[in-house]
Design a protein around this ligand. Structure first.
Ligand SMILES: O=C(O)c1cc(C(=O)O)c2c(n1)C(=O)C(=O)c1cc(C(=O)O)[nH]c1-2
Length: 251
């Protein structure tokens, strides 16, 4: 049997996956953060990314339903509240819909998930299914893309504020809040994975789960780029510019 890598070497392997494959490297993020997206391209991103946001608490609920350890459940359940809200905290989904309004979309339209690209659905649904069906180690490891998220959230806040009129403290509050939520989640998740990936096979499985998750994120941006960046190829049934606008702006 292969001997496992040391804790430090294994952590370095996970971080290398992020350095090579995380979606901060995707050209669509370059366009978005650099101010080169049209209002409709920003809207398409907001609509499709909402689908990811809306499924995150569902995948965390799927995870919780499989955990037998009350201590692990107690720690993990705050992830659901971070998105769904709780007393005194409006939650990430409501904050995302504030962003939708700020870019001129009807939040009810966005929340309906009508117009989400088929490939976005396939990728995101695959993530929920992965967490429901694979080992707990693979499920936790797949959330570790969040190791790399604070950097992209900080870049996004800075880039959107600099380049787009809709961007202000209210419309970007989702990302500002994630800057404190994500590090707490991921510190726990990383320690848990390092503790539980105690054989070479388990380390390989955890690394593969993280790679799978980088693919889930990358595919969503591929779908957006293909549909909405010239030469745009919007699939049948997906959002078309002019649809789902807030009434005041549509007239
Ligand atoms: O904006 C981003 O690039 C980004 C990436 C990720 C991620 O790496 O999966 C998450 C988020 N944001 C995020 O806001 C979020 O709540 C979140 C939860 C999770 C997860 O897998 O449980 N990832 C992410």
């Amino acid at each position: 049997m292969n001997t496992p890598a040391t804790r430090d070497a294994f952590e370095a392997r996970l971080r290398r996956i992020g350095a090579e494959r995380y979606h901060d490297l995707h050209p669509f993020h370059g366009l978005l953060h650099g101010g080169q997206c049209s209002p409709d391209q920003v809207r398409a991103w907001v609509i499709n990314r909402y689908y990811y946001q809306s499924r995150i608490p569902m995948k965390d609920a799927a995870f919780l339903s499989r955990v037998e350890d009350p201590a692990l459940r107690r720690t993990w359940r705050s992830r659901i509240e971070d998105h769904d809200g709780s007393d005194g905290n409006e939650g990430g989904i409501a904050r995302w819909l504030r962003l939708a309004s700020a870019v001129g979309l009807d939040p009810d339209y966005v929340a309906s998930c009508a117009g989400v690209l088929p490939a976005t659905r396939f990728a995101v649904d695959a993530y929920v299914r992965f967490v429901r069906e694979r080992t707990l180690l693979e499920a936790v490891a797949s959330s570790l893309t969040e190791l790399f998220a604070p950097k992209i959230h900080a870049e996004r806040i800075e880039g959107l504020l600099r380049n787009y009129e809709f961007a202000d403290d209210s419309s970007l509050s989702y990302f500002r809040k994630r800057l404190t939520e994500a590090p707490k989640d991921v510190a726990f998740g990383l320690a848990w994975v390092l503790d539980h990936a105690d054989t070479a096979d388990r380390q390989d499985a955890a690394a593969d789960a993280l790679i799978f998750k980088t693919d889930v994120l990358w595919s969503q941006l591929d779908a957006l780029h293909s549909a909405y960046v010239a030469p745009a190829r919007i699939p049948p049934g997906a959002w078309r510019p002019g649809e789902g606008l807030a009434l005041a702006r549509a007239s």
